[in-house]
Design a protein around this ligand. Structure first.
Ligand code: HAM
Length: 428
């Protein structure tokens, strides 16, 4: 029976002892975004369902099977966003951002929702960090986002990663390729998985995403989209590859990489890791110059990617790339007797006002238990409030690392505690 005290399948809690990992990741993402001059964009979690149905495409898994759609009380059909690229396009048009400035470099971070079958690295609520460069048709902007993705993964110390890249050309070129793929696959219709048979008429490009073994075998000799590109598309792609070489960013050409969303044209890429198992794509993205058109708006060139935070964290754990956890406090104030509760609270308050991170026991436990807890939390200093010292207007500061201790005058202890702590932090 479900009495409500159960989390929804595929949705995760981030527990207090794990959140430091998320914060470390979030800080790094923000820092690297700023190195590249990107600005943060925040959009609502709830949007009109049509935004994604039109934008991502009805025959994609995301729209066809995975969206959380619901009617608002006034009958509007809303959904929990499955991604943010369409939201950004909506917001760019709605706020006429391109009329104010010719191009924008945007980053975002937040929860997305897809009702997929949960497994390691695949959840129904998951977090994405993503970027979009809006307004530039040039290969420099494709490389701007790929270089950012690469630098992010490098700044976490990840090495076991591979950039896979392809070009999907323009719409007309995709159309011609679609026909060629249809011609190639039609004789094998009966051998295809049921899903791929269904897709054959509706959207054969989606068959290239199939995970079915037999489908994959049939696809091994399928035509390649790269052979259907015109001069302009080829030149764009060559330039992207040249820029990547200039930056010494290694890549693998993947002629069958089409990505699971319909809006892409020209560059499409993914970064995968061998340490992740089945869900091996840490990030994916590409160019989507025609997306605004599906809403009847004037199109604008744009390129971006999104990175799955849960997968990134799994990867950092797998490769032991997390730094050691920082202690939750600088000082633990030890209370040595029942008549010292108010003294303890006041001392902690005073140190916190001076900018130190301070904790004390909220369970009225023994001095020994408090010391044990300070040790467990890795707090570098304890400040002991003892009756005898207090009578002499003193407190005792003790380093948990060296065991050294100092008697400090209560009128000046705050500054002294600060300088002792600074010395330790400086030393580390
Ligand atoms: P996507 O490939 O659907 O692209 O998702 C990007 C990344 O989000 C994936 O590579 C993966 O790391 C993560 N991800 C996706 N689904 C799940 C899931 N169910 N559980 C955990 N992680 C997941 C997009 O969303 C595009 N909006 C990317 C983009 C931005 N293209 C252009 N600009």
């Amino acid at each position: 029976m479900n009495n409500g005290l159960r989390r929804v399948r595929g949705m995760q809690d981030i527990l207090p002892f794990e959140s430091w990992k998320w914060q470390y990741v979030e800080r790094t993402l923000q820092r690297v975004s700023e190195l590249f001059g990107f600005q943060e964009f925040r959009t609502p979690i709830v949007e009109f369902a049509d935004l994604f149905i039109k934008g991502i495409g009805e025959d994609t898994d995301v729209v066809g099977k995975e969206m959380y759609v619901f009617s608002d009380r006034n009958e509007d059909v809303l959904c929990l966003r499955p991604e943010m690229t369409a939201s950004i396009v909506r917001a760019v048009v709605e706020h006429s951002l391109l009329q104010q400035q010719g191009s924008w470099k945007i980053w975002y971070y937040g929860p997305m929702f897809r009702r997929e079958r949960p497994q390691k690295g695949r959840y129904r609520q998951f977090y994405q960090y993503g970027v979009e460069v809006i307004g530039s048709p040039y290969p420099e902007s494709d490389v701007e986002v790929i270089a950012l993705a690469w630098q992010i993964l490098q700044s976490f110390g990840l090495q076991n990663i591979e950039l896979r890249i392809n070009s999907l050309g323009k719409r007309e070129e995709q159309e011609r390729y679609r026909e060629a793929l249809l011609n190639y696959l039609s004789p094998f219709r009966e051998q295809l998985s049921r899903e791929s048979q269904y897709r054959l008429e509706r959207n054969p490009l989606r068959i290239l995403d199939s995970k079915d073994e037999k489908d994959r075998a049939l696809l091994a000799n399928a035509p390649k989209i790269i052979d259907f590109l015109g001069d302009e598309s080829t030149a764009h792609f060559q330039m992207v590859l040249q820029f990547l070489q200039k930056l010494h960013i290694p890549y693998t050409l993947d002629p069958y990489l089409v990505r699971g969303l319909d809006y892409y044209c020209h560059t499409a890429f993914e970064i995968v890791s061998n340490s992740l198992g089945a869900q091996n794509a840490v990030c994916g993205g590409g160019r989507y110059d025609d997306l605004a058109k599906v809403y009847g708006a004037d199109p604008f060139p744009a390129v971006g990617f999104a990175l799955g935070i849960e997968r990134l964290i799994l990867l950092l754990e797998e490769e032991s790339k997390f730094p050691s956890q920082k202690s939750i406090a600088d000082v633990y104030v030890i209370c040595t007797g029942e008549d010292l509760y108010s003294e303890t609270i006041a001392t902690a308050y005073c140190l916190r006002q001076a900018g130190l991170r301070v904790i004390y026991d909220l369970q009225r436990r023994s001095v020994k238990a408090q010391m044990r807890e300070a040790n467990k939390f890795g707090v570098p200093f304890v400040l002991i409030l003892g009756q005898e010292e207090l009578r002499r207007n003193m407190v005792l500061l003790k380093s948990m690392q060296s065991g050294e201790q100092w008697e400090l005058n209560r009128d000046t202890f705050v500054e002294e505690v600060k300088s002792r702590i600074r010395a330790v932090i400086h030393h580390q």
